[in-house]
Design a protein around this ligand. Structure first.
Ligand code: C2E
Ligand code: CA
Ligand code: CA
Ligand code: CA
Length: 272
């Protein structure tokens, strides 16, 4: 094992060492990000067939003092590995619930990472945050990924059922990218499928994307699930989606993620 370890080290390129050091530094800084108030909640609108905003998704950003705004793809995986995601996820949930109380007509979606979902106190934490905030559970959607649900099917369905009893909705994020077994959909308490933007990108020209989206719509209809398409960027994509019965959209065509208060102020102004 020692030999193998040394061999590995030899093949270790200097640039990789920098990456490791960067990661190490970043991890330490991420630990402090919460105390130092460097996390930012962004919201992206979800629109219905009439083009009206009916809800939004919470997306995390890290306002790093030197590196600027760091996107979640950079630090969420790190947080997931180190367990910091438990604190970050709890922060996002609390921030989101506080906003949900102020905008009871909007649906708020929060991303739940596998490590959060599998944590033994997941259900209790959501319940206690809901109780403390007085937010309406029916306005909260939890976005989870396919892989997470399949790894421990029994536990997943129990946890989901418990929360669904309170009125919380479950959405399958990045639908279509992971495990292709559709049988689990029928067995889990799911409310919504979120079509991954990799299938939306090629619409309407790419015939295999078009076929896949139509198939997902048929599956959803059969199982009586709602569908949201993500990554909707063009009017042509919008038209195609509407033509196959997909009425709920999220994407740059409607709005980029914005700082929560900026988004909500604009939303408020548009309502008047
Ligand atoms: P996701 O949950 O699939 O979120 C959608 C991502 O697509 C967001 O990237 C959003 O900004 C981007 N997006 C939305 N509309 C468009 C579009 O029209 N075109 C394109 N090209 N992109 C679009 P973002 O904000 O960088 O987040 C990346 C991922 O990081 C999220 O993917 C999610 O998996 C994760 N993430 C973000 N916030 C949280 C969080 O609070 N907790 C957890 N566990 N994960 C989070
Ligand atoms: Ca999501
Ligand atoms: Ca997604
Ligand atoms: Ca995605």
């Amino acid at each position: 094992a020692k030999e193998a370890g040394r061999g590995l080290w030899k093949r270790f390129h200097p640039s990789m060492q920098h990456q490791v050091e960067d990661r190490f530094l970043l991890e330490g800084e991420l630990r402090k990000a919460l105390e130092l108030d460097q996390l930012r909640l962004y919201l992206q609108p979800k629109n219905n067939a009439q083009g009206q905003i009916y809800g939004c998704e919470s997306l995390l950003r890290w306002a790093h003092p030197e590196k600027g705004l760091i996107p979640p793809d950079v630090f969420i995986p790190l947080a997931e590995e180190t367990g910091l995601i438990l604190q970050l996820g709890d922060w996002v949930l609390q921030q989101t619930l506080a906003l949900a109380v102020r905008y009871p007509e909007l649906e708020f979606a929060v991303n739940i990472s596998p490590r959060e979902f599998r944590n033994p106190d997941f259900v209790a934490r959501i319940q206690s945050r809901l109780a403390a905030s007085q937010a309406n559970p029916e306005r909260l959607t939890l976005e989870v990924t396919e892989g997470l649900l399949i790894t421990d099917f029994q536990q997943s369905s129990e946890r989901m059922l418990e929360l669904q009893k309170l009125g919380i909705r479950f959405s399958i994020d990045d639908f279509g990218t992971g495990y292709s077994s559709l049988s689990y959909l029928k067995k889990l308490p799911i409310n919504e499928l979120k079509i991954d933007r990799s299938f939306v990108r090629g619409l309407p020209q790419d015939s295999s994307d078009a076929l896949l989206v139509e198939t997902m719509m048929a599956v959803a209809q059969h199982l009586e699930l709602q569908v949201v398409a993500e990554g909707v960027e063009t009017p042509e994509q919008r038209e195609f989606l509407l033509s196959v019965g997909c009425t709920h959209h999220q994407g740059y065509l409607y709005g980029q993620p914005q700082p929560a208060q900026v988004f909500l102020d604009r939303y408020q102004t548009d309502q008047q």
